[in-house]
Design a protein around this ligand. Structure first.
Ligand code: FPP
Ligand code: K
Ligand code: ZN
Length: 513
């Protein structure tokens, strides 16, 4: 076992301009005669360690000469304290990513203005304009993304809402665009004449719910939707994404979101291929199937026996929390300590953001897919009597500061293009803009699950997802200005807070179809 002990570095010795040569040296293992930064003391080493490797492993914060350097913790401005000494394409591309992010995190990027927290402000105006643009006529290359057009609606609308933009201006155009892409056999395709698929159906329903109003909600043929979902249900409990399509945890999440928000009957239509005397509900075997997606690593894969990925962790957790209360259903079907351990390992330093899977790179969209798992797991841990942990622990399962630094420093396109992105070397797009903002929102707030809300009333009505309320987080180490706070998005449905409750109430009041 190797123990690392950090020593504080003097802050003003190395000018920012030498940062990259420093970085090059320690990252690429150049054993030149230059002194190594004395950032780490290795107290104990495995017997087979070579002296050379020890000096390569020695690293420390890159000291910054800027005035705001004292506001940036060493963890987010220096090289990692522990690194994989096995050089592969994977470790090299990880090093290049650190190299790419550090100047943005340390303030070395000269064209960017940093505030007193050592991060740039949220460039709200430009990001809003960027999302509006994504809803207008798009350039020719987008033809390849035709089947994802409904996602573009959702990403833009959810992202705009997060930034406080009124999206009701899109109600009419959204309704008229969406109406013809609904199929008489239930569900929506990606565009006119395309077969129904759960992904665009999910995106369309959330979009309609976000713009709101009866006319928007009444576009949805709920009876046909229910029948179609019955056709997607498998004998093993899972959902296919489309008739004859792939079966994965996205399907499980999208299906229960739709069932719940639209208040569809839980009973499986009798003519569904999987109907039997033991399989009479749309939810039969579903949480059991989701449980089979937890892998040996502790994370969740798209389907049983595949690779764990953060996006699927969110789908699995959110799916379970529509079926039941987080503190009960999550421990019933998942190994919570292993999942927390796996998710924790997705947050990197110095980058601060999340990666999607083991040995892969930080990416802004995982601010939501991984970041969005935390409020759910916090509620799970807080609500379980056996845990009895102080809220200082349960409210801080990850580094909110790290995530917010990554988002504000590395994910904003600060040119006139605007929008948010995967990482500095990538172009902004609507998908990343939406999910980076969703992650920012969840890092800026605290979600409470109200487990006391009348259980009898909720029994059998899939009410668990409607017991969440947000709070402003009392956070001494916050690294953003109040003007950069974004709106809350529901932790399960990822739509404006309060809208899920209204939608469900509207459809429940309608009763049957
Ligand atoms: C790998 O991409 C990504 C996946 C295997 C899963 C992607 C799934 C989602 C983003 C969420 C889907 C959810 C719904 C509700 C439809 P990659 O190899 O390009 O990225 P990586 O290197 O970061 O893993
Ligand atoms: K990625
Ligand atoms: Zn991404």
């Amino acid at each position: 076992r190797v123990a690392f002990k950090r020593r504080k570095m003097p802050k003003t010795e190395t000018p920012p301009s030498t940062a990259s040569s420093n970085l090059d040296r320690v990252l690429h293992g150049d054993q030149s005669s230059q002194p190594q930064p004395p950032g780490v003391v290795i107290e104990e080493l495995p017997p087979d360690y070579e002296a050379e490797e020890i000096s390569t492993a020695s690293r420390g914060p890159i000291a910054m000469a800027t005035e705001t350097s004292s506001l940036r913790p060493d963890l987010f401005t220096g090289l990692p304290y522990i690194r994989d000494l096995l050089m592969t394409e994977t470790s090299r591309v990880q090093e290049r990513t650190i190299e790419e992010c550090l100047p943005f995190l340390t303030g070395a990027e000269e064209e960017i203005e940093y505030n007193a927290h050592g991060v740039p402000n949220l460039d709200r105006k430009r990001h809003i304009a960027f999302l509006h643009k994504g809803l207008r006529k798009l350039p020719a290359p987008y033809v390849a993304a035709d089947a994802s057009r409904p996602w573009m609606f959702y990403w833009a609308l959810a992202g705009m809402h997060a930034m406080g933009e009124d999206v009701s201006q899109y109600r009419e155009s959204l309704i008229s665009t969406i109406r013809p892409i609904q199929n008489a056999t239930g569900g929506f395709g990606g565009g006119n004449g395309q077969a129904s698929h759960l992904a665009p159906t999910y995106a369309i329903i959330l979009s309609l719910v976000i713009v709101g109003g009866e006319e928007a909600l009444d576009v949805i043929d709920r009876k046909a939707m229910w029948k179609w979902l019955g056709n997607l249900k498998r004998d093993n409990g899972a959902f296919q994404m489309a008739v004859g399509g792939e079966e994965d945890v996205r399907g499980a999440y999208c299906a229960v979101v739709i069932i719940s928000l639209l208040g569809l009957p839980l009973e499986l239509p009798k003519d569904s291929p999987s109907w039997s005397s033991e399989h009479q509900s749309l939810l039969t075997g579903l949480p059991e199937w989701v449980a089979r997606c937890q892998t040996f690593e502790g994370g969740i894969s798209g389907r049983p026996d595949a690779e764990a990925h953060g996006a699927y962790a969110f789908c699995a957790l959110a799916c379970l929390c529509i079926i039941g209360d987080p503190q009960t259903i999550i421990p019933k079907y998942l190994d919570v300590p292993c999942l927390i351990s796996w998710l924790s390992a997705r947050q990197y330093a110095p980058e601060g953001g999340f990666a999607g899977r083991t040995n892969k790179l930080v990416d802004g969209c995982y601010s939501h897919w991984v970041g969005g798992c935390w409020p759910i797991l916090e509620a799970c841990v807080e609500g379980s009597a056996s845990a009895n942990l102080p809220s200082s622990i349960t409210s801080n399962l990850y580094s909110r500061e790290g995530l917010i630094r990554y988002i504000l420093c590395c994910c904003q396109d600060q040119t006139k293009r605007g929008g948010l992105r995967d990482k500095p070397s990538h172009m902004s797009d609507s998908y990343h803009t939406c999910y980076v903002l969703a992650g920012l929102s969840s890092a800026q707030h605290k979600w409470r699950f109200d487990a006391s809300a009348s259980r009898s009333e909720r029994a059998g009505t899939r009410g668990s997802a409607y017991q969440w309320t947000s709070e402003i987080l009392a956070d001494e180490s916050r690294v953003y200005e109040e003007e950069d706070r974004v709106q809350t998005l529901h932790p399960i449905f990822v739509i404006p807070e309060g809208v899920a409750e209204k939608t469900r109430a509207y459809f429940m009041a309608k009763g049957g179809f």
